[in-house]
Design a binder for this molecule. Structure first.
Ligand SMILES: N[C@@H](CCC(=O)N[C@@H](CS)C(=O)NCC(=O)O)C(=O)O
Length: 293
């Protein structure tokens, strides 16, 4: 569990905050996951919305709270917890009802959350290529350099190696001016493999761990939603996963956190139109890349 130590935190005021505070962004997958969880639990919380498009998460104030500069971050009575899955696991202990981690399935659940977390840079790659145009998402080198020297750079008092991974993601995108076809195909294949693995389970049961809804349903629902937004053919490739997605999407607590349309929706529609004209949709990139590798 990534609970920060005082020495990791430079924005010291949060150490004296009481109650539950969440730093988050409306359109961020990890934030959406956390907000659905809070809704299902009926937990009251104080919102600190950061606009990622305006790079508010990279300002010294927030880098002083989460040295990784990522959302979400939770403050609970002065304790700072980062990493969405850790936040949810922590909240489950603090607010056990209704249970979203079935006691008997705790190991399966942690393994599925780990798998989900391991795919985070893949969902980001697909988002940056197929949901938002690169002119909106690119990160100038000066911002990356500033990121590297901002905040404590530590977790639990130790140098955090994850910061380099974050910086490298953006540098790689800058080198090519976009997410490359190979990277997009790799992401597509990883998701395809994971979702294929879920098919047998979801053909027999309503939810990923059985008859009851759990934390992993929330986490994978958010990914499924983002994959659909990127043009991934979820329902035709994985019918049982598609039906599971529709069941969750019919629930207001889920759907309200992933609003469709608006400016972001219009931008994605325009991007998809351009990609169709150029023959560079996700499906076309995947097929083309498969042919030549
Ligand atoms: N593993 C982290 C991933 C957090 C993450 O990458 N958050 C994204 C939004 S979904 C973010 O803050 N992106 C901002 C950036 O990359 O600069 C978690 O689960 O909390």
């Amino acid at each position: 569990m990534v609970m920060l130590k005082e020495c990791d935190i430079q924005t010291k005021e949060v150490l004296s905050w009481t109650g539950l505070h969440l730093f988050h962004f409306s359109g961020s997958t990890c934030s959406q996951k956390t907000r659905i969880f809070l809704r299902l639990k009926g937990i009251e919380w104080t919102s600190h919305h950061l606009n990622l498009a305006a790079k508010e998460h990279l300002k010294p104030y927030y880098m002083g709270i989460n040295p990784r500069g990522l959302v979400p971050a939770l403050i609970h009575d002065g304790k700072v917890i980062i990493e969405s899955n850790d936040i949810l696991t922590y909240l489950e202990e603090a607010f056990p009802e209704p249970a979203l981690i079935p006691a008997s399935k705790s190991d399966d659940l942690q393994a599925m959350l780990k798998r989900e977390d391991n795919l985070h840079l893949d969902i980001r790659a697909l988002t940056m290529r197929f949901v938002f145009p690169s002119f909106l998402t690119k990160r100038p080198e000066k911002d990356i350099t500033a990121y590297e020297s901002s905040g404590s750079g530590t977790l639990g008092g130790e140098v955090d190696p994850h910061r380099d991974i974050e910086a490298e993601f953006w540098r790689e995108m800058n080198r090519h001016g976009k997410i490359m076809d190979q990277q997009a195909k790799r992401a597509y294949d990883r998701f395809s493999e994971a979702l294929d693995d879920f098919e047998p389970q979801l053909s027999r049961h309503d939810y990923l761990l059985g008859a009851e809804i759990s934390l992993v349903d929330i986490a994978w629902y958010i990914y499924a939603r983002r994959l659909i937004a990127a043009g991934y053919p979820l329902h035709s490739k994985h019918p049982a996963v598609g039906a599971w997605f529709d069941r969750l999407h019919a629930k207001p607590d889920f759907r309200q956190e992933v609003p469709e349309g608006g400016l972001a929706g219009a931008i994605t529609s325009l991007l998809h139109l351009t990609q169709r004209v150029r023959g560079t949709t996700l499906e076309q990139v995947r097929q083309r890349t498969s042919t030549f590798t």
